[in-house]
Design a protein around this ligand. Sequence first.
Ligand code: FAD
Length: 285
Amino acid sequence: MRLNDYDTTNKMSASVVSSTRITPEDSKTELRHIDLAVDSIDFSYEVGQSIGVLVPGPHEFGVKEYMRLYSIAGSGEDDGINPVISLCVKRCFYIDDFNGERYEGKASNYLCDLKEGDEVTLVGPYNLAFTLPKEKDANLLMIGLGTGIAPFRAFIKHIYNELGGWEGDVRLYHGAMRGIELAYMNDQNADLEYYYDQETFKAFQALSPRAHFDVPVDLEGAIAQNADEVWTMLQDPKTYVYVAGLKQIRELLDGALVKIVGSPEAYEQQRAKMIDEGRWAELIY
Ligand code: FAD
């Protein structure tokens, strides 16, 4: 679905409760954890949904509003009145193909520049890409690179804090170019560590072997180290796979899983079967 096709009539205002940088100041990558108090007591969302952020104009070419989607990374602590949602936002830039100049991404810079108390307009929530199986003994295999961790943070918090635990195996493969840029698992913020003592939860990290040279994150290596477990999980009809992140994740994951399943054909067959059975969901942007 294209962004223009989303219904943006249901506007809500929200105020910034906090905005915290969760990557070190000296890292090239700025990720921020932003808590927003939604000014609507009726607001609710489901794990896996995204929220639309409207960047106030006027913009070039007479564009009135500029909309971008962000995965809801969980609920923040509320005041008992207004629900609080968390976002994990990366400050983005892009290079113009025509003149080679570097420009700031509008929505991510707008969000990352917001200060406590600032107002923002939200729309949604949208998409139900990731639904949790009802059976608590289902296995969950989550793969998210970069900001793709956002829906999984919401998942993990929901499973262990709100549902009171999970019986099946919960495996998270997350990654970043450098360890210091691993969202929710670095010196700035190690939220995910709280779940390490959960018997059914394990997280594996994929990093770039040569970040200076922009060598991609070694997702294949991280998955290969646990090849037997991943293979067993993929064959188990109780396993659900969730994939989230920028589109590069597709190629990295395909490369890793083709090796485990045996051939591109067998992997595609397995993936198609799991999609058919509602056991494979992707949120790729
Ligand atoms: P744009 O001008 O739109 O893009 C600038 C450049 O940044 C482009 O080259 C683009 O490819 C690249 N880019 C976009 N997103 C990212 C990213 N996350 N990491 C690295 N490079 C990127 N973004 C988040 O930061 N956190 C989220 O949780 C998140 N969830 C999303 C969920 C969905 C369903 C979708 C469709 C997108 C999601 N995005 C998320 C991306 C977000 O919607 C914006 O595209 C992004 O913030 C860039 O918008 P912009 O206006 O700043 O820059």
